[in-house]
Design a protein around this ligand. Structure first.
Ligand SMILES: Nc1nc2c(ncn2[C@@H]2O[C@H](COP(=O)(O)OP(=O)(O)OP(=O)(O)O)[C@@H](O)[C@H]2O)c(=O)[nH]1
Ligand SMILES: [Mg+2]
Length: 554
């Protein structure tokens, strides 16, 4: 039961994403990784085999004398001790020959490959058998916890997480250092059984130093910790003399002789570890929720920036500003001489002459209109996309997570490089759609003779331009924008763009264009979304973590 629950929790924790650089992310990642390692390296193996020998991991600062202590207990140099720091790089596990099978397979620390008869290489574990240790109790000499070598530090904390008991070695000179206390704090947090060796204590300072240390332990929530004081002595052949070693030796002998005491220590560490799982998982869960919230906020800010861009484009389309003199003039070129004009003659008698004066007679005038529209719409979309990018990046920069994501990306504060080409293509395709629409719906007598009289080309271009005009005809402002048109021009514009059929077709064409612009802007926003998708936790991670942690019981 407990084992299944732990396996499940482990599978939920390992992939839990905490990638957005929020203030609590680093710490949460550490706790997550430690939990996973502790479940794999300690809880699962220990629960599967409760009768396995007690594993005592000897840890502490570099040069504290860990290897020397282990060697002295064994009575031979099984782990190199030395003046070069750090000395121990590969861990050495010492145990009675009868216990060797417990440690030869991958029951504990499965990813460290076993060697014997020589120092293990990277990610290796050297096994040494010795009759000097009784069965039921194994010692593991680990690398320094405060190593200059990052891999040493990581390995040391992994080994400590796999311990039934920590035998923590510090010296009279260094016991107040910060790093050891961080680890002792972790031991307390996890309820790991702990004994402390205070090494190299000058004879005249024994009471003072051990009292001070005991006080520090009590203040830091570790009262009653076993304190083993080893006096400063000359080493004898690299080993501590029996007298100096006696406190440690006696404690270990007592433990070796007392199976119940060993079980009690194992039980203490197990219970502590299991009890610590829920609060530690909760810390991770809260951090994941923070990630979820931060990602959602960044998504929303992005959405807002680009929603507004779409509004801006729609507004620009409606405002008539796209009917710049150029576009309108080219349109006159196309429609000015057609039947349409004649149809107007009854209303505006002097239309023809006036209109003729507007006609430049340039060839391919319709192409000129289309190009003018294409350039105009592309410019409007591009400007809106630029502003949206600026707004989105500004909003992102206001948050820690957003800043971190932007630091790894580039070019997000302007529209994408490809936008110009895709926008132009979309507008051209839209124009194709408008002509098709006019061909399908606009040329029948049922709609309007007036529009039909312009021919597909003229009608298509007319509908296209009508998109850029407010419903119900041009407003005064639009007429001004339309560019100093004569009284005739204004009447012509009003008559045409106010036409019901033109309005109806323009509404459809407009929808089509807005949809295309929406797609363009979505693609622009997707650059931001992609950054968020890469760091966003899987949906429901907090719920799954909590459920998995809640099911872990002894
Ligand atoms: N005089 C004296 N020297 C000691 C004692 N303990 C350790 N040393 C010396 O201190 C140095 C460091 O000892 P090690 O046992 O290698 O220390 P360690 O904690 O294993 O160091 P790392 O493996 O680097 O983490 C060696 O040169 C030892 O000979 C002691 O009790 N008395
Ligand atoms: Mg060492």
């Amino acid at each position: 039961m407990t084992i299944d629950a732990l396996e499940r929790l482990r599978d939920e924790l390992a992939p839990a994403r905490l990638e957005l650089e929020l203030p609590d992310a680093g710490e949460a990642r550490r706790i997550r990784d430690e939990l996973v390692a502790q479940i794999d390296d300690y809880l699962l193996p220990r629960l599967r085999q409760l009768d396995a020998p007690l594993l005592m991991v000897v840890g502490g600062s570099t040069g504290a004398g860990k290897s020397t202590l282990v060697n002295s207990l064994v009575g031979a140099e099984v782990s190199a001790a030395g003046v070069l720091r750090p000395t121990t790089r590969a861990p050495v596990l010492v145990c009675n020959p009868a216990d060797l099978p417990w440690f030869s397979d991958d029951r504990v620390l499965p990813e460290l490959s076993r060697t014997s008869g020589g120092e293990a290489g990277k990610r290796g574990l050297e096994l040494v058998e010795t009759a000097a240790l009784p069965p039921g109790l194994a010692l593991l000499d680990s690398p320094d916890i405060d190593s200059v070598a990052a891999e040493n530090r990581a390995l040391a904390s992994q080994l400590l997480a796999a311990a039934d008991v920590w035998l923590f070695v510090t010296t009279a000179a260094r016991y107040a250092d910060a790093v050891p206390w961080e680890l002792l704090h972790a031991a307390r947090e996890r309820g790991t059984a702990l004994a402390l060796v205070l090494n190299r204590v000058p004879a005249d300072a024994t009471d003072e130093v051990s009292e001070h240390l005991a006080r520090m332990l009590a203040e830091r929530g570790l009262p009653g910790t076993e304190l083993l004081v080893v006096p400063e002595t000359r080493l004898d052949g690299g080993l501590l003399p029996a007298g100096a070693l006696a406190p440690v030796r006696n404690w270990l002998d007592g433990l070796a002789a007392d199976a119940q005491a060993r079980s009690a220590l194992i039980e203490q560490t197990l219970a502590g570890a299991l009890a610590s799982i829920r609060p530690r998982t909760e810390t991770v869960t809260v951090a994941v929720e923070g990630q979820d919230e931060a990602v959602a906020a960044l998504r929303e800010a992005t959405g807002r920036a680009y929603d507004r861009a779409l509004e801006e484009v729609e507004e620009a389309l409606r405002s008539g500003s796209l009917l710049r003199g150029e576009v309108l003039a080219r349109w006159y070129d196309v429609v000015g001489t057609g039947d349409f004009t004649r149809a107007l003659e009854s209303r505006v008698a002097w239309a023809r002459d006036q209109l003729r004066s507007l006609v430049t007679g340039k060839p391919a005038a319709d192409t000129a209109v289309k190009e003018a529209v294409e350039t105009g719409v592309e410019a409007v979309v591009h400007a809106a996309a630029d502003r949206a990018a600026t707004r989105a990046t500004a909003a992102w920069r206001e948050t820690l997570g957003g800043r971190a994501l932007l630091a790894e990306a580039s070019g997000l504060d302007t529209a994408s490089a490809g936008l110009k080409a895709t926008a132009e293509r979309e507008v051209r395709e839209w124009q194709g759609d408008v002509f098709e629409l006019v061909r399908d719906e606009g040329m029948s007598k049922r709609t309007t003779a007036r529009l039909a009289s312009l021919g597909v080309n003229g009608a298509g271009l007319t509908v296209m331009l009508a998109v850029f005009v407010q419903t119900g005809g041009l407003t005064g402002a639009e007429l001004v924008v339309a560019g100093g048109t004569s009284a005739l021009g204004q009447k012509v514009l009003e008559a045409i763009f106010g036409d019901q059929a033109v309005r109806a077709l323009a509404a459809k064409a407009r929808e089509n264009l807005v949809e295309r612009v929406r797609r363009l802007l979505d693609a622009e926003a997707a650059r931001f979304e992609a950054l968020l998708d890469a760091v966003a936790p899987e949906p429901d991670t907090p719920e799954r973590l909590r459920a998995a942690a809640a099911s872990v019981r002894r």
